[in-house]
Design a protein. Sequence first.
Length: 57
Amino acid sequence: MARRTAAGYSNKEIATRLELSVKTVETYRARAMEKLGLQSRSDLVRYAVQQGWLQDG
C-alpha cells in the first residue's frame, strides 16, 4: 500500500485495487507512516525512493 501511495495512486484507487474501503486505506497508510516516522506523503515518496520501491522491474 505504501508503494502505491508513493507511486501517486489516490486512496480511492488503492482501495479499489485492494478491495478495501477508503477509510481502511487511510488508516493503514497513517499507521505505516507513523511506524516509519514519516510526516507527509512527500516523506513517504523519499522513503520509497531510498528503498528502491519505485524502480521499474
